[in-house]
Design a protein around this ligand. Sequence first.
Ligand code: ADP
Ligand code: MG
Ligand code: MG
Length: 213
Amino acid sequence: GTLPAGDPVRRALEAVAETLVAHRDELTDLDREVGDGDMGISLARGAAAVLAECPEYPGEQGPAAVLRATSATVRRSIGGTSGPLYAILLLRAAAALEETGLDDPARAWSAALRAGTDGVREVGGAEVGDRTMVDALAPAAEAMAAALRDGASGRDALAAAVDAARNGAQGTTAIRARLGRSSYLGDRVIGHPDPGARAVVLWLSSVASSLPA
Ligand code: ADP
Ligand code: MG
Ligand code: MG
């Protein structure tokens, strides 16, 4: 396959990957405070793999096929809890794009974010308030869908999603974890944001920044 350099999905993937590489140490430090300190390294490894492999993703087959190829890269290159959860997020997002069709791209991508989030919830078993990436993803998906229902443009709806993710991630600072390694630390996580939720803010805002003017 081939995914040309100017393709909007490739631009978004590259923006996400570059951001995750740039924030590797921040995410690793956060995960060191509340987990095992591998998340930044793990996501940066996945990002490097996506940067290397995305030129050969099957762009001619459309965005859903590109997300499936990204999922395969992620599954191979990202370990820990994040790897399988991002792999399923991308697969479910791809399925939603196909089901919704791309006549109304904003609506399709909103459905993709919703479906990806639901996949993470289902596989990881986390709900909002458990102090995981779901605390950023779920409000973001809700906010994007709500903004579109209210007549917002795709760009504005995505901006609303980023704001909601940021608020959700900020909220994790004040709560104990019910799932994952952080749950072993009890009150010792209070005062630090959940690294997985922080990563969602980073990648979602870089998707927003990658949109053509
Ligand atoms: P590990 O804890 O296996 O090293 P990572 O460091 O890759 O995993 O990812 C840690 C992040 O994964 C946490 O900050 C949290 O956001 C997220 N997480 C942990 N458990 C779950 C779960 N059951 N469902 C969804 N997200 C989770
Ligand atoms: Mg970790
Ligand atoms: Mg780990």
